[in-house]
Design a protein around this ligand. Structure first.
Ligand code: PAN
Ligand code: ZN
Length: 180
């Protein structure tokens, strides 16, 4: 393949161009939240996050990279978050870099949980075999960049089946962690 580049607008925390945009609405990720009874149609249709994808072939040796934007908001108090996943290829690590806003990176392996505050400039390393999810705990959008192996893949179901050990709720002054 040919070498290529894309420009990142550091002020806007967005690619100037990209190949694909994936959007997930609250209705697409409702199973991630603890309390989902009585959600309005409007809330179900709300976009929780977007992934701006640069397309690279999903091959060993390649490096995927994308920007995720989590919109501010909550579902019955629980902050907007990504679905979260293990990598299907469980030897795949990943790097997240905070670009804008206030987010948390939650990593989980069995009973163990780690949380990293992902402000602009924080670069976090997700080792192989740790599930990972990001959460917007701020009042503005939270944006970060991901770099991961071409053949990492996604295993959403194992994380969903296992269940998350820590939930993050909005408070007047920020957020609180609640063990589940
Ligand atoms: C990220 C995530 C992205 C969206 O690029 O895929 O933030 O989160 P979900 O995939 O959990 O919906 C990544 O971790 N890739 O491996
Ligand atoms: Zn990942």
């Amino acid at each position: 393949m040919e070498p290529f580049f894309n420009k990142l607008d550091l002020d806007k925390a967005r690619w100037e161009s990209y190949d694909r945009l994936e959007e997930r609405r609250v209705k697409d990720i409702r199973d991630c939240f603890k309390e989902t009874a009585n959600l309005s149609e409007q809330q179900l249709e709300t976009v929780a996050y977007q992934v701006y994808q640069i397309d690279v072939k999903p091959e060993p040796g390649a490096i995927q990279h994308s920007i995720t934007v989590i919109k501010p908001g909550n579902v019955n108090g629980e902050c907007h978050m990504t679905k979260g996943h293990y990598h299907a290829n469980d030897q795949s690590a990943e790097i997240y870099m905070g670009l804008k806003g206030d987010g948390l990176l939650l990593m989980q392996k069995g009973e163990e949980v780690r949380l990293v505050e992902m402000k602009r400039g924080v670069v976090a390393y997700i080792p192989p075999e740790w599930a990972h999810r990001t959460i917007n705990v701020g009042d503005d959008e939270f944006v970060f960049m991901s770099y991961f192996p071409g053949d990492a893949g996604y295993d959403y179901q194992s994380f969903l089946d296992e269940g998350v050990r820590t939930r993050i709720y909005k408070t007047d002054t920020g957020y609180e962690k609640v063990s589940d």
